[in-house]
Write a protein that binds this ligand. Structure first.
Ligand code: TYD
Length: 213
C-alpha cells in the first residue's frame, strides 16, 4: 500500500486533537492535504461500537470485552476509512490507534501488552502506522487541562482514577522502548505554539523523506 499512515497518541488532556487540526490547516496552506480521522469511531459501525465502549452507564464492562470492542472498531475503521485512502496514496493521521489499546487495555487494565497486541494483529492484518507521535504529558496535568476545558465531553475512561491514567502513561513509555523507530515522543507540557511547531517539523521531515506524490 502507498500513502502514509500516521497516528497521534497520548494521555487524556495531552492536547493532541487541537494540535491535529492546526497541523491539517498548516499543511493545507502549503498544498499538502492531510486526512484526519479518529478512534474509536470514524464510520457508522465504529461509532456505534464507540458509544457502547464509552457509555458512562456501562460500569460493569469486562476488560477483555473492552479490548475486543476497541479492536473491532479499529478493524472497521481501517477497512472502511483508512485503507481506501492509503490505496489512493493519501496521507492519513488517526487520532489514536493500536498503541492506545496497548497502553490502556494491555498495560493499565492489566490484560497484558502482548495479548492485546496479538488480538490487534489479527484485527488489522498486522497493519501498524508508518509513524506515531506520542504526546507526552504528566497525567495529573492532562486531567487538570480536561477539567478546565468545560466544552469537552467526559467519558467512561476519563472517569477512571488518576492511578489508572498514570498506568496508561507508564504503558506508553514501555511502548516507546519497544517501538523505538516508529514512535517519536514530544513534550506536550510546552505551550500550544511550541508543541505545534515541534510536531510540524517532525511531520514535514517525515513526509519529505517518505512520501511520493
Ligand atoms: P475520546 O473522547 O476520543 O478521548 P481523547 O480525546 O482522549 O482521544 O475517547 C477515547 C477514549 O478511549 C480515551 O479515554 C482513550 C480510550 N481508548 C482506549 O482505552 N483504547 C483504545 O484502543 C482507544 C482507541 C481509545
Amino acid at each position: 500500500m502507498k500513502g502514509l499512515f500516521i497516528s497521534f497518541e497520548g494521555n487524556e488532556g495531552s492536547g493532541k486533537s487541537s494540535v491535529l487540526s492546526w497541523i491539517q490547516k498548516k499543511f493545507a496552506s502549503e498544498g499538502i492535504e492531510i486526512y484526519l480521522t479518529r478512534e474509536p469511531g470514524g464510520n457508522k459501525i465504529a461509532e456505534q461500537i464507540r458509544n457502547v465502549i464509552l457509555d458512562k452507564s456501562n460500569t460493569n464492562m469486562d476488560s477483555k470485552t473492552e479490548a475486543l470492542l476497541y479492536a473491532a472498531a479499529r478493524r472497521q475503521h481501517l477497512v472502511e476509512n483508512i485503507n481506501p485512502l492509503l490505496e489512493d496514496n493519501k496521507i492519513v493521521i488517526s487520532d489514536r490507534y493500536i498503541d492506545s489499546s496497548l497502553a490502556y487495555q494491555g498495560f493499565a487494565r492489566g490484560i497484558g501488552i502482548q495479548n492485546v497486541y496479538d488480538i490487534n494483529m489479527f484485527a488489522t492484518n498486522n497493519e501498524l502506522p508508518d509513524l506515531t507521535i506520542l504526546f507526552d504529558i504528566d497525567p495529573d496535568i492532562g486531567l487538570k487541562r480536561i477539567a478546565a476545558n468545560s466544552n469537552r465531553e467526559v467519558n467512561r475512561l476519563d472517569n477512571e482514577a488518576l492511578d489508572f491514567h498514570r498506568k496508561v502513561h507508564m504503558g506508553y513509555m514501555l511502548l516507546v522502548k519497544e517501538f523505538k523507530s516508529r514512535i517519536k515522543v514530544i513534550d506536550a507540557s510546552k505551550n500550544f505554539e511550541e508543541v505545534c511547531d515541534e510536531v510540524y517539523k517532525i511531520l514535514k521531515k517525515f513526509i519529505a523523506e517518505n512520501y511520493n506524490q
